[in-house]
Design a protein around this ligand. Structure first.
Ligand SMILES: [Fe+2]
Ligand SMILES: [Fe+2]
Length: 259
């Protein structure tokens, strides 16, 4: 446990042990609370989403050991990262609600109440609350900690790859959107309107996500998963018989493998 190599970087197995130890102590208790708390969440933002974000966060955090330049000083505190990941969406605010930009602050407040109830160490609350507040795209709060960066990346990965594609179409469908604009499916002569067409969301937001990632590991996975979305758009273009020219920053993503 806690062995550190000469560069001050913890071996991956120690990180995995820390995750397992946290899970053994808190995992079941946290899951019980969340099942009650998230009973009303929509299918794209429910418990399965949270479980995948926790998995992504662990994947990124354990990959940090291989990130050059991070060094031992930047070690993830799993007692902050894991509860923050589990509770990051514990207050549900619909995507089209005026209160949307408040959602992550409300979730941070609620997480502290729920964790207090569980007897969780209060000394971790400010860092947990910050990571939750900063995870959201719409809150526009800069990350001030490595845990906040990892959680933000972990959540953003959910908008990419096969899961991102499915969630985008499910959410668009539930809001009554059409799949694509009938005259200009891949916005060329107009600004993307992702409140009207699901495919426009790829151009307004999803394909830009890799450039917003905070960690090297997150960026790498994001690029691979954005490649999957770009490949979907190219296939769609072929099937509907409309040529597609992906903007220059998206070119090359198609060659990425599915992450
Ligand atoms: Fe969220
Ligand atoms: Fe989320």
């Amino acid at each position: 446990m806690n062995s550190v190599n000469p560069e001050g970087i913890e071996p991956r197995r120690d990180l995995v042990q820390k995750i397992e130890a946290w899970d053994g102590r808190w995992g079941r208790l946290v899951l019980e609370r969340l099942r009650v708390q998230m009973a009303d969440a929509d299918p794209a933002h429910g418990l399965e989403h949270v479980q995948r974000v926790v998995r992504n966060a662990c994947l990124i955090a354990t990959n940090l050991v291989n990130s050059p330049g991070l060094g031992g000083a930047r070690r993830v505190d799993f007692e902050v990262l894991l509860p923050a990941a589990w509770f990051h969406d514990c207050v549900y605010v619909p995507k089209n609600s005026a209160q949307r930009s408040e959602a992550s602050r409300l979730a941070a407040d609620r997480a502290v109440v729920l964790l207090t109830d569980l007897g969780y160490p209060a000394v971790k609350f400010p860092a947990i609350a910050h990571a939750i507040e900063a995870h959201s795209f719409s809150a526009q709060i800069p990350c001030r900690s490595l845990e906040a960066q990892v959680l933000q990346d972990a959540d953003r990965l959910e908008a990419l790859g096969a899961i991102g594609l499915a969630r985008c179409l499910m959410t668009g469908g539930s809001m009554g959107q059409r799949l694509y604009h009938p005259e200009d499916p891949f916005p060329t002569v107009r600004e993307p309107r992702d409140d009207q067409q699901s495919v426009d969301h790829f151009f307004a937001k999803l394909l830009k996500l890799p450039s917003t990632m905070q960690t090297e590991s997150g960026k790498q996975i994001a690029s691979e998963r954005a490649g999957y979305l770009a490949a979907f758009l190219e296939q769609l273009a072929q099937e509907i018989g409309v040529p597609i020219q992906l903007p220059s920053e998206f070119r090359g993503l198609q060659s990425g493998s599915v992450g």
